[in-house]
Every structure is written in structure tokens, then in C-alpha cells.
Design a protein around this ligand. Sequence first.
Ligand SMILES: [Zn+2]
Length: 517
Amino acid sequence: MPVFIKETVFLLSEIWYNISMSQVLYRKYRPQNFSEVLAQETVKTVLKNAIKQSRVSHAYLFTGPRGVGKTTIARILAKAINCLSPKDGEPCGKCDSCLLIADGRFLDLFEIDAASYTGVDNIREIIDGVKFAPTYGKYKVFIIDEVHMLSKAAFNALLKTLEEPPAHAVFILATTEIHKVPATIISRTQRFDFRSISQADILKLFETVLKEQGTQISPEAQKLIAQASGGSFRDALSILDQILALGGEKITLEQVEDILGVTRLASSQKLLGFILAEDSGGGVKFIKDLAFGGLDLVQFTKNFLEYLRLVLLVKLGTENSDSLGLSPEDQGILTEQASNLNGGRLLDIIKKFLETYRETKQSPVQELPLLAAILSLCGELASTSSPASPNRDENLGGRTPAKAAAKIPGKLDLGAVVDGWAKVLARAKDYNHSLLSSLRLGRIVRVEGDVLVLAFPYSFHKQTVDALKNRIVVEQVLEEVFNEKIRIKVFLEKEIENVKDENNSDLVSEAIKILGE
Ligand SMILES: [Zn+2]
């Protein structure tokens, strides 16, 4: 075991964004020191030299795209400065401090994800505790991931600490959005800019992993996987996990294509076919077979949502099935399924599977939420959350205005929305990363009845959040967090002045109109 850990080179992507496929390789190839980390050569050299000369800074700022190794290097840095016998700027990996940190049991290392709800809640308390001496190590280390998400109060507490840091405290701040970190904070840190990960870096990682695993994958196939990973080491390893599960010593381009594309599409089309035919028996057997075959059902559900997106685009007429780069056969099935679905039914299915996606990730038995969704959509289960069958409407957005109006508006107040917003963002990130980065820029303007008004500085972000598929996600998340049906209405900051005079009912009725489009 220690041999391959030692020889492994790889870099893991950030904590908070992942499409949680199988993570066997990801855990196995977690780098334990600087030399095991691929890429970021400059950052590693500067840090190692500083450690060699015992020049430890009280605050570091790591900035760069997601998945380039910021939190990985932060953990290694925490290990190196607490190591009892560091060598050449590297942690020894054998002393008590090194072992405890590797094991996640080191009491003087605090890892905080500022993007998560609890992170925002607890951060001040944690920062307040900085004045107490470390219980075991040389330094008390605070890694704050996505630091730009901190609340104003938390930033103030942090700033106060950074102005006069105790000798034993080291802060490592990581962010993908440096422009949102206050200048007063930046000026008190030593800043490191992390570069993007190249395809070559990912291929280098594969070389090591495949050698360890005793498997061959053709170079073209490896490149295809690297492309599909979108520059994230974590995603690359997750895909590789699935491919290695095929077994065998040699894996071909065709097999990889199967896993990444063709199979994905075919199984999505099959599942939608069962739902369209309201064939619950067929659908249940299909999912059971997939589960039996060891398929990752979280990933499968995500693929299915991607397919539903295609169906929605074709249904909306914004996309022709022949512009999607599919085979003629797949095009035919897609077009037929889109035309056999009315809009209301399609939205019901999308909402149901957005919910299922989240549940599948949390469920101890992955197939259960999927089976429940199929039974519910085939009318076999009386679902309290799905407004499906009785009111199926021929128009897209089958939700009738009467149903929306029946909700008593005004139960929610602005304060509650502001308080719960971090939770909304944390949940939105489960669904869609690009949506999250736009949604974060939104300012909560006000609540009008059951309509939440948001303002955005730039039209790109406004449009992203306003896109039908994203609005469905946001409203779904709002419902989950506040336990109420809430509609959103989005504006540009500069438009806000113009709508100030609109009254509640106008906003509500217009929001309903938009949803009905
Ligand atoms: Zn050590």
C-alpha cells in the first residue's frame, strides 16, 4: 500500500464541487506531499523554500480556478509546517503530526468551507478561538475554502485577527473569485496564483494510475476521458473508475465512447420510454439491472437530467435535434419522445428527477429514490409532492395560474430569505456549478408575496439565472429551503429603479405569466 502512495502523482480538485461518481481512485491517489502533486511548480517551489528557511507567513491566499489543487496544497502546507522533522521543505509523512493530519484527526487543523451553510454560521466562533495556543502542533492552521463567501461579520472578525495574528496562527485562504475578497484582507496575505490544469497533466496522472492498475487504455481513449473531465482531476479519476470497472487488461476507444456517450444516451432514452408508456414494471426492472451491473446511479441520474435538457430544448424549439451532433437513429428517438410529451408532463419529470438526483446522492441505497420516482411518475404511488396527473396541460409550463394563485402570498419575509440565502446557494451548487456562480452575484432586492426579486450587475448572469431550466432549479431549491413555493423574478441592477413602483399583484401576475410561457 505505501509504495503506490509514495509513487503517485496527482492533484485533487476542490472540496465543494463534484459530480459524485465513484471515488475509489480519487481517495487512493490523494497526494501526501508537494512532490506528489502534479503541476503548480512555482507555488510548490516558493512554499518549500519558505519552509526550509522557517519563514512561515501568518496568512496565505490561494487563488485560481476550481480543481487545480488549492485545498490539496493547503493541507500539505499545514502538514509541512507542523511536521516534527521536515526534509527539504517536505513533510516527513511519518511523525505523529503528519500521521494525524493525513488521518484527519489533527486537532490544530481547522478546515472551513465558507460556501456551506454551517461554514458561514460557525466561522466567527472558530476565528475567535484562534487566540488559544495549539493543543498539539506547532501551529494552529485555519484553511478557509471559498473564502469570498464569508459574511461581512466573518470578514471583519478575520480582518481583526489578521491585523494582529498570534504567533501560533496560520491562515490559508482559498478562493475561485479573488475579486470578491476585500482588499483589506488581500493586503495582509501572501498571495499565490494557481494555474489551470492542462490535458497533459491529466494524461501524466493516467500514466501513473494505469501502471499501478495494470490496465492499458489506448491514447485516443485517454484523451477522450481527459476532455470529458473538463480539466478536473477529480472528475477524470471518477470517469476512469467507471472504465476500470469494465475489467480486462486492454480498454479500447469504443469501450470508452460507450461509457461516455452512446450508452449514456441509450439508457436515458430507454428510461424515458418506460416513463412515457407509464410502464412502471419495465422501468423498475431496468433500474434494478443497472444497479446489479454496478452502474453508478448518481451519475446515471445526472445523465438522464442532461437528456431531459435536450428533450426540453427540442420541445421549446430552441434546438433542432439534427444540430445536436447525434446519430440519425438517436435523433429520431429524441424527436419522437419530445413530441409525445406535453410541456406540463415534461416539467413534472424534470422536477421529479432534480429531486431524485439530490436524494440519490444521500441515499444509502442508491436505487431507492430512482425506483420511487419511476413509480410516482407512472402513477403507481400517490405522491404529495408531485402535482402531476390531474392537471396535465398541453402548454409548456402546465402549471395553471389558478394553482399558483391559490397559494397565500406574503408568508415569507425578506429577513428569512436573507438568512436562508447561504443555504440556497449551498443547495444550488449540488445541481449546477455555472448556475451557482451566476446566482451568487444576485442581490436580494425584496420579497413581493411569493415572488422573490433578484438583481444582477451583468446581463450574462441575469440571463443564466433566468433561463427556464435554471429557474426551475432555483425555485426547486427555494421550495426545499423555505418549504414554500416561491417564484423568482430577475432584473439588472440598473432596471431596478424602473420597477420600484410596480405593485405586488403586477409582479405576481407577471411572474405567473413568465412561468406559463
Ligand atoms: Zn512529519
